[in-house]
Ligand binder design. Structure first.
Ligand SMILES: [Zn+2]
Length: 65
């Protein structure tokens, strides 16, 4: 039991530090939970925009008109 103690409690997410720009609001992005690939640099979104997108996703309104 003592062996696994270290791995069980702390699962930490790796964050990538950098200097990017949000494609939506133009805000600065200094931290990402994933490593962005060069081809997707123009698709990066800051946390706010990402959350907004996720919230509107799946709503019937997005396909309304
Ligand atoms: Zn943004």
């Amino acid at each position: 039991m003592a062996y696994n103690d270290n791995q069980q409690g702390g699962f930490q997410r790796q964050m990538f530090q950098g200097n990017w720009k949000c494609s939506k609001c133009g805000g600065e992005i200094t931290e990402l939970p994933f490593e962005p690939s060069p081809e997707r640099m123009d698709q990066l979104m800051c946390r706010n925009c990402f959350r907004e997108k996720r919230q509107s996703f799946g709503g019937p309104r997005s396909f309304g008109r």
